[in-house]
Ligand binder design. Structure first.
Ligand SMILES: Nc1ncnc2c1ncn2[C@@H]1O[C@H](COP(=O)(O)OP(=O)(O)OP(=O)(O)O)[C@@H](O)[C@H]1O
Length: 624
């Protein structure tokens, strides 16, 4: 059976360009290997009686100044030419990867310095850099290799940074961060394997360019030094006798171009195939400033999570934007609460802030943010991945595609519980079984792409269960799944909750899902909780006009199907375009002057009911 990696490369050979380049490449490589073995003597044989002869049946490309056969010399020189081009590219790529990944491993300042140096070097003309370093490292073969490598490193550094930035935004990297995996390990296990393919392809295209440049250096006399010779040197000698024997110059020139092209075209064809495979914040308003604070509901028995006045801010041009503005709530052991609200209301930012996954320069502040009684910020490595688990929205991006599912799960136990590889894998299989993955032992050895969407999501939950989580934060875990699989995943979360008294914080925009699964709903609007209510009271007691509008937009058994569904007119405001009073006022049918000037605090309306509104339940009274 062809492995997945092998299968990815197969289409390269199917395209006409890829196939021709591959044939050419194979010919070049075979020549590089066999020519020095077969024809070294013929290439070195001096014949003073046949100096600088034109092409003949005996010497197809003629002879050089010492009567040596040019064709044999070209064939033998293939090895050194290709070897040095590949070596220079390898050293340059390795140097580039080291420079490109340094900012994420080094501290912030050192990282900024490295990035600045790379940016300056990238802007510098490549040829000038090569000539400069060739002089610095000395006019020798090694000097030329080093000069080429150092000159191409900034390009690969920039490429690595760009590719790594794209992968760093994926959920599986956030999941690994959540598990407390170190940055170096994230780099080596999660980021580099996922950008390796593109780097290899770019390096292959690069070999073609390096081959041409190296030949150029040798032609100028600052590449390979006698008695060694490559195509560039032979070209140099051939040009001297071009009027006597043009083939002496044309032969090496054509070989340089053909070999360069073969690497280049093969790399390009591979890049096209791979890219084909892969295609299947605004201005701020000043530093985060205090706003009306939620009046925290504090009657919880044994709160596992305690959040008071949580704020998340991000720097944007001209100031800061605050998508979460003073959120307060507590969660008890075994409680399932949902955060609902329209897109952009700050649900995910709240979840990420609790899981300590807001990356700098984003700023998280809170009067209290404790988990199991301990401040989360002080002990993220110990809590995340063990007693706090996170399940992300997109099962396609939640797992590292280059690691087998079992290994990804085992990594958590190896890292946090110091388990041996074998025991950790056995635990991974056990957890996969517990989330009802069929043939778990076999499945553990498969890659995520061999799992269906629902199975991947269950495997994500199993990853959370590798520790003994007291809280699972599930950010839209069912959005990408079909309805049947959705209920399976929710049932699974419900089982975990029941058996281990695990609290669940479910982020969702689907109030129907929430009503089936949760005890409590936290309704968010424009970065704040506007209502905190028990699910069983939702239909009868919901008091904020926004909550009622959300409810009205979901059809139920009593909905008149002949009428269009109620929708909420207008759009939620962007975090930096908030109106002065209640953020919902511009869309609220009950808003008056006070709503437009004063922001209402979140206050108790009942025993376990909080609402932030100047006119709670107004809509119901007015016959909504
Ligand atoms: N790094 C950032 N810099 C600036 N603004 C950001 C940043 N990250 C998020 N935001 C803003 O925060 C707001 C809330 O985002 P969040 O992802 O929490 O919304 P959400 O309620 O989860 O929406 P959705 O249901 O679409 O996921 C959005 O307006 C978004 O533009």
């Amino acid at each position: 059976m062809v492995s997945r990696r092998g299968a990815v490369w197969l289409p390269v050979f199917r395209s006409p360009v890829g196939a021709s380049a591959a044939i050419l490449l194979v010919v070049v490589l075979i020549t590089a290997i066999v020519a020095p073995i077969l024809w070294s003597d013929q290439a070195a044989a001096v014949d003073t009686a046949a100096i600088q002869r034109a092409p003949s049946a005996k010497h197809l490309l003629g002879t050089d100044g010492l009567g040596r056969d040019i064709l044999y010399r070209l064939l033998v020189a293939t090895r050194l030419t290709v070897e040095l081009a590949v070596l220079a590219t390898l050293v340059g790529t390795a140097l580039g990867i080291a420079l490109g990944t340094a900012p994420s491993v080094l501290g912030r300042r050192a990282g900024t310095v490295v990035t600045a140096i790379v940016n300056i070097a990238v802007a510098f003309p490549g040829l000038l850099l090569i000539l400069f370093f060739a002089v610095v490292f000395g006019v020798t073969t090694q000097g030329a290799v080093l000069a080429l490598a150092v000159a191409m490193a900034p390009f690969y550094a920039r490429l690595t940074q760009t590719l790594a930035a794209a992968v760093a935004g994926k959920d599986f990297v956030a999941a690994a961060l959540a598990s407390g995996v170190s940055r170096i390990r994230i780099l080596t296990r999660h980021i580099l394997p996922n950008i390796g393919e593109q780097l290899v392809v770019n390096a292959m295209i690069g070999v073609g360019g390096t081959l041409l440049t190296f030949a150029g250096l040798s032609f100028l006399g600052i590449g390979i030094q006698p008695p060694d010779y490559d195509w560039g040197r032979i070209l140099n000698e051939g040009v001297a006798s071009i009027y006597v024997n043009p083939a002496a110059a044309l032969g090496p020139a054509m070989l340089v171009v053909l070999a360069g092209l073969s690497f280049n075209l093969f790399g390009e064809a591979a890049a096209q195939v791979i890219s084909g495979e892969r295609t299947s914040s605004r201005r701020g308003v000043g530093r985060p400033s205090p706003t009306a604070r939620d009046d925290e509901h504090d009657d919880t028995v044994e709160p596992i999570l305690h959040v008071r006045d949580l704020r998340v801010s991000h720097p944007v041009r001209g100031g800061w934007t605050s998508p979460v503005r003073g959120v307060s709530f507590s969660l008890r052991r075994g409680e399932a609460a949902a955060i609902v609200g329209e897109s952009g209301s700050g649900k995910s930012q709240t979840a990420l802030a609790i899981a300590q996954l807001i990356e700098r320069p984003g700023l998280v502040t809170a009067e209290a943010l404790t988990f199991g009684g301990l401040p989360l910020a002080q002990a993220p490595g110990r809590v995340l991945g063990t007693s706090l688990a996170m399940v992300f929205q997109d099962p396609m991006t939640s797992m590292n595609p280059t690691m087998k599912v079992g290994r990804q799960l085992a990594e958590v136990a190896e890292h946090h519980q110091g388990m041996s590889r074998t025991r950790a894998l056995a635990k991974a299989v056990d957890r996969l079984q517990s989330v009802r993955i069929p043939s778990a032992a076999r499945r553990a050895h498969q890659y995520p792409h061999e799992f269906s969407g629902g199975m991947r999501q269950r495997a994500m939950i199993a990853m959370g269960l590798m520790g003994t989580p007291k809280l699972i934060i599930a950010d839209e875990p069912t959005t990408a799944l079909d309805v049947t699989v959705q209920s399976q995943v929710l049932r699974l979360l419900a089982d975990v909750r029941e058996t281990a008294a695990t609290a669940v914080l479910l982020i969702s925009h689907d109030i129907a899902v929430v009503r089936r699964f949760c005890d409590r709903v936290l309704v968010m609007y424009a970065g704040r909780i506007v209502e905190d209510i028990r699910v069983r009271d939702l239909v009868t007691e919901a008091s904020h006009p926004y909550t009622r509008a959300l409810l009205a937009s979901v059809p139920d058994m009593s909905t008149d199907r002949t009428q269009p569904l109620a929708s909420i007119p207008g759009r939620p405001p962007h975090p930096d375009e908030l109106p002065p009073g209640c953020a919902f006022a511009p869309r609220c049918p009950a808003a008056d002057e006070r709503c437009r000037t004063d922001d209402p605090a979140l206050v108790h309306l009942g025993e376990r009911h909080r609402v932030a509104c100047w006119h709670p339940r107004t809509l119901e009274r007015t016959g909504e």
